[in-house]
Ligand binder design. Structure first.
Ligand SMILES: Cc1ncc(COP(=O)(O)O)c(C=O)c1O
Length: 360
């Protein structure tokens, strides 16, 4: 019988959110941190126009897209690689830079895909303690072992929603061994750009990569476009394990159109923050504590695993899907995306009803 490699057989598949509602109907989801807004209007026109050339393969080098990303962020287009979502870039970085003798280190409540990417590369996955659900540079530095090959962290974090200042990221880099690759995943970076200085120029260290995506603030999760800025030596290696022609021509067109309407993206970020903070205040009046979030989601602390499960099941029974966070070491918590107003209000109302039902 054909057998998979041992480390693959031992892996659990990466668990995406279970979107099933009552009677297995798909429910409107607040479980995947998608934007509550459709893509910008220009993206619709751009995609329609690109269909004329859909018989041809896309630009394998993402030339125009890279040039637009570079001019928007003031970085070098030559250091950019694009992925089929930032997931592809995370997987390829792990494949190229971690393995049986090069462990991956991440914060305790890290984005769970980092673990999957490490496991798929046959690398040990180590975690470092956080401080109040916030990445701790000192925690990571103390957890480094002789065979640590990569440090992956998301800033802001998912599922915590918290962030650490650029100065702390630089301190982390300055105190990590030079042979350790530091990957900073900024999937939610646009929601926090107004809070700090960018860290893109850290690629100059030669061993730091910064990733972003069009899936969140730009509302293009379905198009699967991620990108990263890489030191050239690292980009060359990652490129070898990326799928050729990985970003479709329609997706590249949608992403380019999104970059032509930065005002729309910024409006999305502002509206998201307003809705998020309003939701957090409302939840506080119900006695539910949320971590201060810099993203398009809130992490609700339900205090016990049983209460988190009970709330999740109650909401799901009415078609509202939030995500449990056991996979990120936070079994007492539920993550709620700042989704469309109707779904968000409905979820909060259902939480209010659930609290009444379980109150003695
Ligand atoms: C921290 C983080 N990184 C990466 C991703 C993957 O994003 P993409 O859609 O670009 O693959 C997500 C998606 O939720 C995320 O939360």
């Amino acid at each position: 019988m054909t057998r998979p490699r041992q480390h693959v057989a031992a892996m659990a598949p990466y668990a995406l959110a279970d979107l099933g509602g009552p009677d297995s109907r798909p429910a409107p989801s607040l479980a995947q941190n998608e934007s509550f807004r459709p893509p910008c209007p220009g993206a619709f026109e751009a995609v329609a126009a690109t269909m004329a050339d859909a018989a041809l393969y896309p630009d394998p080098d993402w030339t125009e897209l890279r040039s637009m990303i570079a001019s928007h962020h003031g970085i070098d287009p030559n250091g950019i690689l694009c992925g089929s979502g930032s997931l592809e870039l995370i997987g390829c970085l792990a494949r190229a830079f971690s393995g049986p003798h090069r462990a991956v280190l991440a914060p305790e409540h890290a984005y769970p895909y980092f673990r999957s990417a490490a496991q798929a590369s046959e690398a040990r996955f180590d975690t470092a303690p956080e401080s109040d659900c916030t990445v701790s540079a000192d925690g990571l530095l103390e957890a480094v072992r002789p065979d640590t090959g990569c440090v992956f962290l998301a800033n802001p974090g998912n599922p915590t929603g918290t962030r650490i200042p650029a100065g702390e990221i630089r301190r982390l880099r300055n105190n990590l061994r030079e042979d350790i690759l530091l990957v900073i995943d900024e999937a939610y970076g646009e929601f926090a750009d107004h809070l700090d200085v960018p860290v893109f120029n850290m690629t100059a260290t030669g061993n730091t990569v910064i990733l972003r995506t069009f899936s969140k603030a730009y509302g293009l999760a379905g198009c699967r476009v991620g990108w990263g800025t890489f030191p050239s030596r690292i980009a060359v290696e990652v490129r070898k394990v990326l799928n050729p022609n990985n970003v479709s021509s329609v997706s590249q067109a949608a992403a380019r159109a999104a970059l032509q309407d930065i005002a729309y993206m910024r409006e999305t970020c502002v509206q998201t923050a307003e809705r998020r903070d309003r939701a957090a205040r409302k939840l506080a009046t119900l006695g539910i504590r949320c971590l201060a979030s810099c993203t398009n989601f809130l992490l609700l602390d339900l205090e016990t695993r049983d209460l988190a499960r009970s709330a999740e099941a109650r909401l799901r029974s009415e078609g509202a899907v939030l995500r449990t966070q056991g996979a990120a070491g936070l079994p007492n918590c539920l993550r709620m995306t700042i989704g469309p107003a109707r779904e968000l209000d409905n979820a909060i109302c259902l939480l209010e009803t659930w609290i009444r039902e379980i109150s003695p």
